[in-house]
Design a protein around this ligand. Structure first.
Ligand code: ATP
Length: 358
Protein backbone atom coordinates (compact mmCIF):
# COMPACT_ATOMS: atom_id res chain seq x y z
CA UNK A 1 0.00 0.00 0.00
CA UNK A 2 1.13 3.51 -0.84
CA UNK A 3 0.12 6.51 1.25
CA UNK A 4 -1.54 8.93 -1.19
CA UNK A 5 -2.99 11.44 1.24
CA UNK A 6 -2.46 12.27 4.90
CA UNK A 7 -4.50 14.70 7.00
CA UNK A 8 -3.40 15.70 10.47
CA UNK A 9 -5.63 17.52 12.91
CA UNK A 10 -4.29 18.87 16.21
CA UNK A 11 -1.05 16.94 16.13
CA UNK A 12 1.67 18.81 18.09
CA UNK A 13 2.50 22.04 16.23
CA UNK A 14 -0.02 21.32 13.46
CA UNK A 15 -3.54 22.60 13.70
CA UNK A 16 -4.58 21.12 10.37
CA UNK A 17 -2.36 19.99 7.54
CA UNK A 18 -2.64 17.87 4.39
CA UNK A 19 0.21 16.00 2.73
CA UNK A 20 -0.10 14.42 -0.72
CA UNK A 21 3.00 12.28 -1.08
CA UNK A 22 4.39 10.52 -4.14
CA UNK A 23 4.95 6.76 -4.34
CA UNK A 24 8.74 7.16 -4.26
CA UNK A 25 10.91 9.46 -2.17
CA UNK A 26 9.29 12.22 -0.12
CA UNK A 27 11.71 14.70 1.42
CA UNK A 28 10.48 16.93 4.23
CA UNK A 29 12.74 19.88 4.93
CA UNK A 30 12.57 22.74 7.40
CA UNK A 31 14.40 24.40 10.26
CA UNK A 32 14.62 22.97 13.78
CA UNK A 33 11.32 22.67 15.66
CA UNK A 34 9.29 23.38 12.51
CA UNK A 35 7.32 20.09 12.61
CA UNK A 36 9.25 17.65 10.37
CA UNK A 37 9.37 14.81 12.88
CA UNK A 38 5.75 15.46 13.81
CA UNK A 39 4.71 14.70 10.23
CA UNK A 40 6.44 11.31 10.41
CA UNK A 41 4.88 10.80 13.82
CA UNK A 42 1.45 11.34 12.22
CA UNK A 43 2.11 8.63 9.62
CA UNK A 44 3.33 6.27 12.34
CA UNK A 45 0.26 6.97 14.46
CA UNK A 46 -2.00 6.13 11.54
CA UNK A 47 -0.10 2.92 10.81
CA UNK A 48 0.33 1.58 14.33
CA UNK A 49 -1.87 3.55 16.70
CA UNK A 50 1.29 4.74 18.49
CA UNK A 51 3.88 7.48 18.30
CA UNK A 52 7.51 6.42 17.91
CA UNK A 53 8.56 9.26 20.23
CA UNK A 54 6.46 8.70 23.33
CA UNK A 55 4.38 5.96 24.87
CA UNK A 56 1.81 8.51 26.09
CA UNK A 57 -0.51 10.30 23.69
CA UNK A 58 -0.73 13.50 25.81
CA UNK A 59 2.34 15.25 24.35
CA UNK A 60 1.25 14.41 20.79
CA UNK A 61 -2.08 16.25 21.16
CA UNK A 62 -1.82 19.92 20.23
CA UNK A 63 -1.87 22.08 23.36
CA UNK A 64 -5.43 23.18 24.08
CA UNK A 65 -7.07 20.46 21.92
CA UNK A 66 -8.95 17.48 23.33
CA UNK A 67 -7.60 14.93 20.85
CA UNK A 68 -5.49 14.26 17.78
CA UNK A 69 -6.87 12.88 14.53
CA UNK A 70 -5.00 11.41 11.58
CA UNK A 71 -6.71 10.20 8.44
CA UNK A 72 -5.19 8.78 5.30
CA UNK A 73 -5.88 7.37 1.89
CA UNK A 74 -3.91 4.31 0.83
CA UNK A 75 -3.60 2.98 -2.69
CA UNK A 76 -3.18 -0.75 -3.24
CA UNK A 77 -1.29 -2.60 -5.97
CA UNK A 78 -4.33 -2.68 -8.27
CA UNK A 79 -5.17 0.99 -7.71
CA UNK A 80 -7.85 0.29 -5.06
CA UNK A 81 -8.24 3.05 -2.45
CA UNK A 82 -8.59 2.44 1.27
CA UNK A 83 -9.57 5.20 3.70
CA UNK A 84 -8.40 4.87 7.24
CA UNK A 85 -8.28 7.06 10.29
CA UNK A 86 -7.48 7.20 13.95
CA UNK A 87 -8.53 9.54 16.71
CA UNK A 88 -6.90 9.53 20.11
CA UNK A 89 -7.85 11.66 23.04
CA UNK A 90 -9.51 11.83 26.42
CA UNK A 91 -12.12 9.30 25.33
CA UNK A 92 -9.58 6.69 24.24
CA UNK A 93 -8.80 5.52 20.72
CA UNK A 94 -11.13 5.11 17.78
CA UNK A 95 -9.80 3.68 14.53
CA UNK A 96 -11.68 3.20 11.26
CA UNK A 97 -11.05 1.49 7.94
CA UNK A 98 -13.52 2.37 5.15
CA UNK A 99 -15.79 3.89 7.81
CA UNK A 100 -15.88 0.68 9.89
CA UNK A 101 -14.61 0.65 13.49
CA UNK A 102 -11.51 -1.54 13.86
CA UNK A 103 -8.82 -2.35 16.41
CA UNK A 104 -6.06 0.17 15.76
CA UNK A 105 -2.98 -1.84 16.52
CA UNK A 106 -3.85 -4.89 14.49
CA UNK A 107 -6.06 -3.89 11.58
CA UNK A 108 -4.44 -0.55 10.73
CA UNK A 109 -1.01 -2.13 11.07
CA UNK A 110 -1.95 -5.09 8.88
CA UNK A 111 -2.92 -2.75 6.03
CA UNK A 112 -0.07 -0.37 6.41
CA UNK A 113 3.33 -1.82 7.35
CA UNK A 114 5.62 1.00 8.40
CA UNK A 115 9.24 0.96 9.56
CA UNK A 116 10.64 3.99 11.35
CA UNK A 117 14.32 4.84 11.71
CA UNK A 118 14.84 7.79 14.02
CA UNK A 119 17.32 9.20 16.55
CA UNK A 120 16.10 6.81 19.29
CA UNK A 121 16.35 3.74 17.06
CA UNK A 122 19.48 2.56 18.86
CA UNK A 123 17.10 1.59 21.68
CA UNK A 124 16.57 -1.60 19.70
CA UNK A 125 20.03 -2.60 20.92
CA UNK A 126 20.55 -0.45 24.00
CA UNK A 127 17.04 -0.74 25.43
CA UNK A 128 15.37 -3.54 27.41
CA UNK A 129 14.77 -7.03 25.86
CA UNK A 130 11.18 -6.09 25.02
CA UNK A 131 12.60 -3.89 22.22
CA UNK A 132 14.19 -6.95 20.60
CA UNK A 133 11.03 -9.03 21.02
CA UNK A 134 9.09 -6.16 19.42
CA UNK A 135 11.51 -6.29 16.50
CA UNK A 136 10.79 -10.00 15.97
CA UNK A 137 7.07 -9.41 16.45
CA UNK A 138 7.05 -6.73 13.73
CA UNK A 139 8.66 -9.03 11.17
CA UNK A 140 6.47 -12.01 12.02
CA UNK A 141 3.20 -10.10 12.40
CA UNK A 142 3.59 -8.68 8.91
CA UNK A 143 4.70 -11.86 7.17
CA UNK A 144 3.02 -14.80 8.98
CA UNK A 145 -0.79 -14.83 9.25
CA UNK A 146 -0.58 -17.39 12.04
CA UNK A 147 1.82 -15.49 14.26
CA UNK A 148 -0.61 -13.04 15.90
CA UNK A 149 -3.21 -15.64 16.98
CA UNK A 150 -0.42 -17.78 18.49
CA UNK A 151 1.09 -14.78 20.29
CA UNK A 152 -2.32 -13.72 21.59
CA UNK A 153 -3.08 -17.29 22.70
CA UNK A 154 0.21 -17.42 24.58
CA UNK A 155 -0.36 -14.04 26.23
CA UNK A 156 -3.86 -15.03 27.37
CA UNK A 157 -2.61 -18.25 28.95
CA UNK A 158 0.29 -16.40 30.59
CA UNK A 159 -2.06 -13.81 32.05
CA UNK A 160 -4.34 -16.53 33.42
CA UNK A 161 -1.43 -18.42 34.94
CA UNK A 162 -0.10 -15.23 36.56
CA UNK A 163 -3.53 -14.55 38.00
CA UNK A 164 -3.71 -18.12 39.33
CA UNK A 165 -0.22 -17.77 40.85
CA UNK A 166 -1.22 -14.58 42.65
CA UNK A 167 -4.34 -16.28 44.03
CA UNK A 168 -2.21 -19.21 45.27
CA UNK A 169 -4.25 -21.65 43.13
CA UNK A 170 -3.48 -25.38 43.37
CA UNK A 171 -1.27 -27.24 40.86
CA UNK A 172 -4.18 -28.65 38.89
CA UNK A 173 -5.48 -25.10 38.15
CA UNK A 174 -2.04 -24.04 36.95
CA UNK A 175 -1.32 -27.08 34.82
CA UNK A 176 -4.14 -26.34 32.34
CA UNK A 177 -2.60 -22.93 31.56
CA UNK A 178 0.88 -24.42 31.45
CA UNK A 179 -0.16 -26.87 28.74
CA UNK A 180 -1.56 -23.93 26.73
CA UNK A 181 1.61 -21.92 27.24
CA UNK A 182 3.74 -24.89 26.19
CA UNK A 183 1.72 -25.44 23.00
CA UNK A 184 1.81 -21.77 21.93
CA UNK A 185 5.32 -21.28 23.27
CA UNK A 186 6.78 -24.00 21.04
CA UNK A 187 5.15 -22.40 18.01
CA UNK A 188 6.41 -18.92 18.90
CA UNK A 189 9.91 -20.29 19.37
CA UNK A 190 9.80 -22.01 15.97
CA UNK A 191 8.54 -18.83 14.25
CA UNK A 192 11.25 -16.72 15.87
CA UNK A 193 14.09 -19.12 15.02
CA UNK A 194 12.96 -19.36 11.45
CA UNK A 195 12.65 -15.58 11.16
CA UNK A 196 16.13 -14.94 12.54
CA UNK A 197 17.61 -17.49 10.17
CA UNK A 198 16.00 -15.78 7.18
CA UNK A 199 17.05 -12.38 8.53
CA UNK A 200 20.66 -13.56 8.76
CA UNK A 201 20.63 -14.51 5.07
CA UNK A 202 19.09 -11.12 4.19
CA UNK A 203 21.72 -9.23 6.19
CA UNK A 204 24.40 -11.09 4.24
CA UNK A 205 22.76 -10.09 0.95
CA UNK A 206 22.49 -6.43 1.96
CA UNK A 207 26.11 -6.06 2.92
CA UNK A 208 27.14 -5.65 -0.68
CA UNK A 209 24.87 -2.59 -0.93
CA UNK A 210 25.48 -0.96 2.44
CA UNK A 211 29.01 -0.06 3.47
CA UNK A 212 29.03 -1.70 6.91
CA UNK A 213 32.31 -3.21 8.02
CA UNK A 214 32.70 -6.19 10.31
CA UNK A 215 30.52 -9.14 11.17
CA UNK A 216 27.12 -8.69 12.80
CA UNK A 217 26.11 -11.77 14.75
CA UNK A 218 23.40 -12.67 17.19
CA UNK A 219 22.43 -15.28 19.66
CA UNK A 220 18.80 -16.08 20.29
CA UNK A 221 17.58 -17.18 23.74
CA UNK A 222 14.12 -18.55 23.65
CA UNK A 223 13.19 -17.69 27.26
CA UNK A 224 13.51 -21.10 28.92
CA UNK A 225 16.16 -23.87 29.06
CA UNK A 226 16.93 -25.49 25.73
CA UNK A 227 16.98 -29.03 27.04
CA UNK A 228 13.56 -28.95 28.77
CA UNK A 229 10.00 -28.45 27.63
CA UNK A 230 8.28 -25.26 28.81
CA UNK A 231 5.67 -27.38 30.56
CA UNK A 232 8.37 -29.07 32.66
CA UNK A 233 10.04 -25.77 33.51
CA UNK A 234 6.75 -24.19 34.54
CA UNK A 235 5.70 -27.17 36.67
CA UNK A 236 9.04 -27.11 38.49
CA UNK A 237 8.88 -23.34 39.10
CA UNK A 238 5.40 -23.20 40.64
CA UNK A 239 6.41 -22.84 44.28
CA UNK A 240 8.81 -19.97 43.70
CA UNK A 241 6.54 -18.29 41.18
CA UNK A 242 3.60 -18.37 43.60
CA UNK A 243 5.75 -16.29 45.94
CA UNK A 244 6.72 -13.88 43.16
CA UNK A 245 3.22 -13.72 41.66
CA UNK A 246 4.34 -14.02 38.05
CA UNK A 247 5.86 -16.42 35.53
CA UNK A 248 9.63 -16.36 35.23
CA UNK A 249 10.18 -18.42 32.08
CA UNK A 250 8.71 -18.59 28.61
CA UNK A 251 8.85 -16.85 25.23
CA UNK A 252 7.78 -13.59 26.92
CA UNK A 253 11.34 -13.62 28.30
CA UNK A 254 13.05 -14.36 24.96
CA UNK A 255 16.13 -12.28 24.17
CA UNK A 256 18.39 -11.68 21.19
CA UNK A 257 21.98 -10.70 22.01
CA UNK A 258 23.53 -8.79 19.11
CA UNK A 259 27.28 -8.56 18.61
CA UNK A 260 29.44 -6.69 16.16
CA UNK A 261 32.89 -8.20 15.67
CA UNK A 262 32.38 -10.05 18.96
CA UNK A 263 31.55 -6.83 20.87
CA UNK A 264 28.17 -6.70 22.61
CA UNK A 265 26.12 -4.09 20.79
CA UNK A 266 23.91 -3.39 23.80
CA UNK A 267 26.67 -2.90 26.37
CA UNK A 268 29.98 -2.00 24.78
CA UNK A 269 29.40 -0.55 21.33
CA UNK A 270 29.53 3.17 20.56
CA UNK A 271 26.34 5.01 19.65
CA UNK A 272 27.57 5.16 16.04
CA UNK A 273 28.11 1.38 15.92
CA UNK A 274 24.66 0.86 17.37
CA UNK A 275 23.02 3.16 14.82
CA UNK A 276 24.73 1.49 11.89
CA UNK A 277 23.77 -1.97 13.14
CA UNK A 278 20.17 -0.87 13.69
CA UNK A 279 20.02 0.55 10.18
CA UNK A 280 21.28 -2.73 8.76
CA UNK A 281 18.80 -4.74 10.82
CA UNK A 282 15.81 -2.53 10.02
CA UNK A 283 16.60 -2.47 6.32
CA UNK A 284 17.06 -6.24 6.39
CA UNK A 285 13.58 -6.49 7.92
CA UNK A 286 12.19 -4.35 5.11
CA UNK A 287 13.97 -6.47 2.48
CA UNK A 288 12.83 -9.72 4.09
CA UNK A 289 9.26 -8.45 4.28
CA UNK A 290 9.42 -7.66 0.59
CA UNK A 291 10.76 -11.13 -0.16
CA UNK A 292 8.18 -12.93 1.96
CA UNK A 293 5.08 -10.96 1.00
CA UNK A 294 6.04 -9.09 -2.21
CA UNK A 295 4.38 -6.03 -0.62
CA UNK A 296 6.55 -2.96 -0.04
CA UNK A 297 6.91 -1.30 3.36
CA UNK A 298 6.53 2.44 3.93
CA UNK A 299 9.76 3.65 5.51
CA UNK A 300 10.11 6.76 7.69
CA UNK A 301 13.60 8.10 8.32
CA UNK A 302 13.92 11.02 10.69
CA UNK A 303 16.97 13.20 10.22
CA UNK A 304 18.81 10.77 7.98
CA UNK A 305 21.86 12.96 7.48
CA UNK A 306 22.48 13.33 11.20
CA UNK A 307 22.03 9.60 11.73
CA UNK A 308 24.56 8.47 9.17
CA UNK A 309 27.63 9.53 7.25
CA UNK A 310 27.06 10.49 3.57
CA UNK A 311 28.15 7.10 2.15
CA UNK A 312 25.74 5.20 4.40
CA UNK A 313 22.95 7.72 3.74
CA UNK A 314 23.35 7.24 0.00
CA UNK A 315 23.59 3.45 0.39
CA UNK A 316 20.44 3.33 2.55
CA UNK A 317 18.39 5.46 0.12
CA UNK A 318 19.63 3.48 -2.84
CA UNK A 319 18.63 0.23 -1.17
CA UNK A 320 15.16 1.56 -0.32
CA UNK A 321 14.72 2.64 -3.95
CA UNK A 322 15.81 -0.82 -5.09
CA UNK A 323 13.23 -2.40 -2.73
CA UNK A 324 10.45 -0.26 -4.19
CA UNK A 325 9.61 1.40 -0.86
CA UNK A 326 7.68 4.59 -0.41
CA UNK A 327 10.03 6.64 1.73
CA UNK A 328 9.66 9.74 3.88
CA UNK A 329 12.87 11.41 5.03
CA UNK A 330 13.36 14.59 6.98
CA UNK A 331 16.34 16.90 6.66
CA UNK A 332 17.15 20.47 7.61
CA UNK A 333 18.18 21.00 3.98
CA UNK A 334 17.25 18.81 1.02
CA UNK A 335 20.57 19.22 -0.75
CA UNK A 336 22.27 17.16 1.97
CA UNK A 337 20.69 14.02 0.47
CA UNK A 338 21.79 12.00 -2.55
CA UNK A 339 18.49 11.48 -4.38
CA UNK A 340 19.59 10.48 -7.87
CA UNK A 341 17.93 7.49 -9.51
CA UNK A 342 14.47 7.91 -7.95
CA UNK A 343 11.69 7.88 -10.50
CA UNK A 344 9.41 9.92 -8.26
CA UNK A 345 10.54 12.55 -5.78
CA UNK A 346 8.41 15.09 -3.97
CA UNK A 347 9.81 17.83 -1.76
CA UNK A 348 7.87 19.43 1.10
CA UNK A 349 8.92 22.32 3.26
CA UNK A 350 7.55 22.90 6.74
CA UNK A 351 7.91 26.04 8.81
CA UNK A 352 6.09 26.96 12.06
CA UNK A 353 3.67 24.12 11.49
CA UNK A 354 2.76 25.27 7.95
CA UNK A 355 3.45 22.93 5.05
CA UNK A 356 4.10 23.69 1.42
CA UNK A 357 5.29 21.66 -1.55
CA UNK A 358 8.81 22.93 -2.20
N1 ATP B 1 1.60 19.16 22.18
C1 ATP B 1 2.10 20.18 21.47
N2 ATP B 1 1.32 21.24 21.15
C2 ATP B 1 1.81 22.26 20.41
N3 ATP B 1 3.07 22.30 19.92
C3 ATP B 1 3.87 21.27 20.21
C4 ATP B 1 3.44 20.16 20.99
N4 ATP B 1 4.46 19.26 21.10
C5 ATP B 1 5.50 19.83 20.43
N5 ATP B 1 5.15 21.03 19.91
C6 ATP B 1 5.97 21.91 19.07
O1 ATP B 1 6.15 21.21 17.82
C7 ATP B 1 7.43 21.47 17.36
C8 ATP B 1 8.16 20.13 17.30
O2 ATP B 1 8.29 19.85 16.07
P1 ATP B 1 9.21 18.64 15.56
O3 ATP B 1 9.87 17.95 16.69
O4 ATP B 1 8.35 17.89 14.65
O5 ATP B 1 10.28 19.53 14.82
P2 ATP B 1 11.43 19.14 13.81
O6 ATP B 1 11.23 20.00 12.62
O7 ATP B 1 11.48 17.68 13.62
O8 ATP B 1 12.66 19.66 14.65
P3 ATP B 1 14.21 19.23 14.70
O9 ATP B 1 14.78 19.53 13.35
O10 ATP B 1 14.70 20.17 15.75
O11 ATP B 1 14.24 17.79 15.11
C9 ATP B 1 8.14 22.35 18.33
O12 ATP B 1 8.05 23.68 17.89
C10 ATP B 1 7.37 22.12 19.61
O13 ATP B 1 7.41 23.21 20.47
Amino acid sequence: MILRRLDLLHLRIFERVRLEPCAGLNVITGPNASGKTSLLEGIHLLATGRSFRTARIGPVIRRGASGVMVTGRLEGERGELVHLGIRKGERGTQARVQGRRVRAQTELARLFPVQAIHPDSHELLAGPPGERRGFLDWGLFHSEEEYLPVLQGYRRALQQRNEALRLGSPDRALSAWEREMDRHGRQLDAFRRDYLLALGETVTDLRSRLPVEGALEWQYRRGWREEESLEEVLARGREREREMGYTLWGPHRAEVIFRHEGVSLSQEASRGQQKTAVLLLRLAQVALHRRRTTRPVVVLVDDLASELDPARCAGALDLLRHLGCQVFVTAIQGDSLEVSGWEEIRMFHVEHGQLRGA
